[in-house]
Ligand binder design. Sequence first.
Ligand code: PRP
Ligand code: ADE
Length: 171
Amino acid sequence: MNLRDYIRDIQDYPKEGIVFFDITPILSDPDAFRHTVDCLAEKFKDSGATKIVAAEARGFIFGAPLAYKMGIGFVPVRKPGKLPHKNRCVSYDLEYGTDTLCMHEDAIAEGEKVLVIDDLLATGGTAEGMLKLVTEAGGDIVGCGFVVQLGFLDGPKVMKDSGHNHCFLLE
Ligand code: PRP
Ligand code: ADE
């Protein structure tokens, strides 16, 4: 199965000049969705991770079923004001704006092995923010997985420079 067939390019969304990679066709096809989660699980089966960290909203879509399949915990990273317990937060740049993400302070134990998961890597800002949140919490990042990356943006370089093990289902 070629997952690229299930990603739709939308021109000039959400702003002129942006090509938006719409992953909803993956979600609406049960085989493509299962295949995506299964491939991520295969990549990380020997990671030893006990938690998956993923950012709202699209990161949840892949991160939560992956955690279920791997039999490990899931940690939601959310926009400010959404998590009820004590938060740690980071701000970062996006392809089409800036944003802040937060995680519960006690979500990751010191030394805990963590996978960072998202649907798409563009500038790498979101991933960098999640890496920072996990690192500040004392987590050990054992892998980062993305369904797709936008090779013409900085994300792949950000991941390479981070020194963390990472993979993309689609290059
Ligand atoms: C998208 C996507 C990634 C991020 C990638 O999320 O799901 O999390 O952008 O871009 P980056 O590499 O430049 O940070 P978005 O912030 O649009 O929010 P959403 O998941 O709620 O749609
Ligand atoms: N997140 C950041 N940039 C994106 C893009 N071009 N398509 C889909 N999601 C994105």
